[in-house]
Write a protein that binds this ligand. Structure first.
Ligand SMILES: CC(=O)SCCNC(=O)CCNC(=O)[C@H](O)C(C)(C)COP(=O)(O)OP(=O)(O)OC[C@H]1O[C@@H](n2cnc3c(N)ncnc32)[C@H](O)[C@@H]1OP(=O)(O)O
Ligand SMILES: O=C(O)CCC(=O)C(=O)O
Length: 381
């Protein structure tokens, strides 16, 4: 049995860092409920240092008593840990800059001093009864030895996991694999990968990290997040099974509903061709595909839509061929001559080119009526 993948969903934290996105407390609770119902293991629900409504939202999510680990994102500071505790959370992700540039600019310190601060703040959080995961910010630009130093400092005080963050989305899957392997040899902590999509590689990098020994994947619904966003929950959850043969406990049939909920709350529509959850990702227009699909669905099916509670759909348009026309007419209980089918095909293509939209099945009868007339007149000559 392949090793289980654990999912940390950070829609409510990194997802909300997407420009202009601001969830209300009620929206955070609704999204948290939906994430828990879908089967994610952890929800990173917010940043307590922001205070006010963010603390209220964290407290409200905790009060739901959902069957998930509710985590708060904290800087490496006692005050942030105390704010997390005041919200009632039991689990914190303590973020530490790991690259030399971020350590110097943000903490004005080098690796040894930062490691000392890690020891101090992790100990503080543990003394307050919190579990601690260490968030390795900018790990993809850090020295593996520095990451090892910080991870061991955290482990010595009782941290249980290291997050390897590709904060700027600079990795590709090969580099991700090597980087996780390098860090794997530096620490015994569980490893979580948190990818960013600046190069469109966040999901691919997450899969590479899982192959290399990461056990936890940090994701957001629709990949919502800072700049170009994160690895998408729906992509990682489905690809973990389809590509790696590993289960992550997420119910695939819940993904489209989750996407709709987050799209609504974030004010960002789901693109129709968005992998897994887009409305058109199982829709076929091209004649060559449809002709083969109608004979054997496996000719053009990589992912079974039934897994997601969905179905293939055929639309008619500029790229339609005769087999699709005949298939749709047969579904409608209509039989036509070869000549009529060809006329109808021409009419469908012309309509689709003129309107730049698929031709609705409801339009077929009128197109067919129009197509039959010239055929009748020609036959009468
Ligand atoms: C890669 C990531 O996604 S990191 C997470 C980013 N998330 C956020 O920024 C959440 C939203 N942020 C906020 O609301 C605000 O920035 C707050 C409430 C967190 C802090 O606000 P302010 O006190 O006004 O600080 P400000 O935003 O100007 O600067 C951030 C401070 O945190 C420090 N800091 C940044 N990362 C860390 C860290 N991991 N550990 C400790 N300190 C850190 C910075 O050096 C800076 O310190 P300074 O005030 O001494 O210069
Ligand atoms: O430090 C962390 O927990 C990761 C923060 C983050 O979102 C990132 O680095 O992209």
């Amino acid at each position: 049995m392949a090793e289980r993948v654990f999912v940390n969903d950070t829609t409510l934290r990194d997802g909300e860092q997407a420009p202009g996105v601001a969830f209300s407390v009620a929206e955070k609770v609704l999204i948290a409920r939906a994430l828990a119902a879908a089967g994610v293991d952890e929800i990173e629900a917010g940043t307590p240092a922001m205070g006010g409504s963010e603390i209220a939202a964290l407290a409200a999510v905790v009060a739901e008593d959902l069957p998930v680990r509710v985590m708060a994102w904290c800087r490496l500071a006692e005050a942030d840990v105390d704010a997390a505790a005041s919200a009632g959370v039991a689990h914190v992700n303590l973020s530490v800059p790991t690259s030399r540039i971020q350590m110097a600019v943000k903490l004005h310190a080098g690796p040894e001093a930062v490691a000392e601060r890690v020891r101090r703040v992790v100990a503080h959080a543990r003394a307050r009864g919190l579990t601690v995961a260490l968030g390795g910010e900018d790990a993809s630009r850090a020295e593996p030895a520095d990451i090892g130093l910080l991870a061991r400092a955290a482990a010595a005080e009782g941290a249980w996991r290291l997050r390897f963050a590709d904060t700027l989305g600079v990795l590709d899957p090969f580099a991700t694999f090597d980087a996780i392997r390098a860090v794997r040899s530096e620490t015994d902590l569980a490893i979580e990968f948190h990818g960013h999509d600046d190069l469109g590689l966040a999901t691919a990098n997450t899969l590479a990290a899982l192959r290399a020994g990461a056990t936890h994947a940090s994701v957001t619904v629709l990949g919502l997040g800072e700049r170009a966003g994160n690895a998408a929950l729906e992509e990682v959850a489905v690809a973990a099974g389809a590509v790696l043969g590993r289960s992550c406990g997420v119910d695939p049939t819940a993904l489209a509903g989750l996407a709709g909920l987050v799209a609504e709350a974030s004010g960002r529509a789901v693109p129709s061709d968005k992998a897994i959850v887009g409305t058109e990702v199982f829709t076929h227009e091209s004649g060559i595909h449809v002709a083969a699909l109608l004979r054997d669905v496996h000719t053009y099916q990589g992912l079974d839509p039934a897994l997601l509670g969905r179905r293939h759909r055929v639309v008619l348009g500029k790229h339609t061929g005769l087999a699709a026309i005949r298939g749709v007419l047969a579904d409608l209980g209509l039989t036509v001559s070869d000549r009529e089918a060809l006329e109808l095909l021409r009419a469908v293509k012309a309509r689709a080119e003129a309107t730049k939209t698929p031709v609705a099945v409801s339009e077929l009868r009128s197109l067919l009526a129009a197509a039959r007339l010239p055929a009748f007149l020609e036959a009468a000559e």
